[in-house]
Design a protein around this ligand. Sequence first.
Ligand code: ATP
Length: 456
Amino acid sequence: MTTLADITSLAKRRGFFYAGSDIYGGLANTWDYGPLGASLKKKIKDLWWDRFIERRDDMVGLDSSVISSSKVWEASGHVASFADAMVDCKTCHGRTRADHLIEDKLDIKVEGKSLTELTAIIKDNKIKCPTCGGTDLTDARSFNLLFPVHLGILAETADLAYLRGETAQGIFINFKNILDSSRVKLPFGVGQMGKSFRNEITKGQSIFRTVEFEQGEIEYFFNPKTENWEKLFDQWLNAIKGFVIHTLGINEENLRVREHDDQERSFYSKKTVDLEYNYPFGFKELWGLAYRTDYDLNQHIKHSGKDLSYTDPYTLEKFVPHVIEPAVGIDRLVLMVLCDAYWVDEANHRTVLKLSPTLAPYTAAVFPLVKNNDSIVTRARAVFDDLNKTFRTAWDERGNIGKRYLYQDEIGTPFCVTIDHDTLVDSMVTVRDRDTMQQERVAIDKLNEYISAKLK
Ligand code: ATP
């Protein structure tokens, strides 16, 4: 059974991600992506953008600002109610999210319950502080997750703004701009990807829950009178599941779809489901899918006084479109990909990241068998230069071949190519497969073709 510690330790050892501000003692719930993590994350983001924006003629992209007017967040409801219920321990002064405390102890869902109800559940079940075991906990209190920022020099006159708590609002506030400046017509979606910020205090979930994270969100606008929302909802559910299973290569058994019940679902949503992944700490939300009706656009119409309706170019019907929102956390995709690929091959005493070749930071690694033979090194360099034109290729000349294989296995490189003494005679190299460890001799001028065929 893979633990979160296995993943975070591999991540640190090999440069996928590191704890944030580490040399200064760390900063809770922040993480920095290292060379391999940055590459993996970028590949996932590029695939998301490609599949959901560029390959569809009913989608357009957006890149809105991270800092936005406080009015945006008042209208969206985030200032008033984007809050988690917290309890403080009077003994150790640790603060914990009330829902997580209850869910961890009693294994029940409590989203949507009031502060009084949460307090009662904690008291009735005598739930203790998770840090010190103390029993003297405060009542549950509301704690807003938005990060305020002050623009301007003097604090008294500065304008209050917020770091966005989700990327979605940027889409709603630009809805009219997009209608006016492009030739979109319903049904169509707007997608964007970027950083969001939430003052999360639950610790210990690695890149699953952070204060600064990246989201990929889509608002799919449609006319509720002419479109069947249930059909659209199912299409989107299939699209996101397909992305996870086929594009990212995730094992279907580790996924499940969980529908929100009436209590958990937001009051304006007609249906919400979470696509959950079986992380080392259990099934948790990876991707949310919600039919949000016309709630968000109406809120912005009400607060801004602007007309954000849509006029059908054929029927001239004027109305406020409804939306379906698929929203995913990119960092949760990264963590899922690493957890799903992690494999301890006990028989061969090695740890392998069985990443799909489209995601592996390097597709191939080239090794000169020895580094003190100029002919071998020069030949290997030529092989590297050639391969690197098509596939991202790593160069490694340090240590014995066995160690080099182990390193590449741990970072998920599908193919290792060794140039040895025989290569100088027969122009063939040894290609070793990450998963089967089988080795084949391949002619240098067929190497590109050989790897391309294996990637299909
Ligand atoms: P959770 O219940 O886990 O806090 P949420 O329901 O508040 O998540 P949404 O507001 O639906 O999350 O955000 C959309 C997506 O953004 C989530 O499905 C998740 O993948 C991602 N996400 C949300 N909060 C975080 C976070 N703090 N760190 C990393 N990813 C996050």
